[in-house]
Design a protein. Structure first.
Length: 130
């Protein structure tokens, strides 16, 4: 029996009106270097080389709405980003251009939107139970 092909997630790609502008935001937020850059396309990844984020310019980009409504562009995905201090991480993200979403469904998670409107969540991973 032939073994299945190997699959490895290389990146998640976000569309934006300006790939370079959105990549700059996430590069500054995550501290990841640029792996590849060309017109309308940027890839960033952690230094250890695991899966990263890619950004492509989409001229017909429509800003997603959080929370979703039936009459506006719904989010298709969101990023979950683990942090070590929720309040300072939110401050840092806002200083870089993120906005805090009006709707916050959980007390221990903060939903923000990047400059292009993609929602992302910041959270602190709970420690082991005592």
């Amino acid at each position: 029996m032939k073994s299945p092909p190997r699959f490895k997630l290389a990146a998640t790609t976000l569309d934006a009106p300006d790939a370079h502008e959105l990549a700059r935001f996430y590069r500054n937020l995550l501290g990841w270097p640029v792996r590849k850059e060309e017109p309308g396309w940027v890839e960033i990844a952690p230094p250890e080389g695991s899966a990263g984020l890619s950004f492509q310019t989409e001229p017909l980009f429509i800003r997603p709405r959080w929370p979703s409504t039936q009459r506006e562009q719904q989010m298709m995905m969101h990023l979950d980003i683990e942090v070590n201090d929720l309040s300072s991480a939110v401050e840092h993200a806002v200083a870089l251009g993120a906005t805090v979403a009006d709707f916050q469904p959980q007390d221990d998670v903060r939903v923000l939107c990047d400059p292009a409107g993609h929602p992302f969540c910041l959270f602190v991973r709970p420690g082991p139970s005592a």
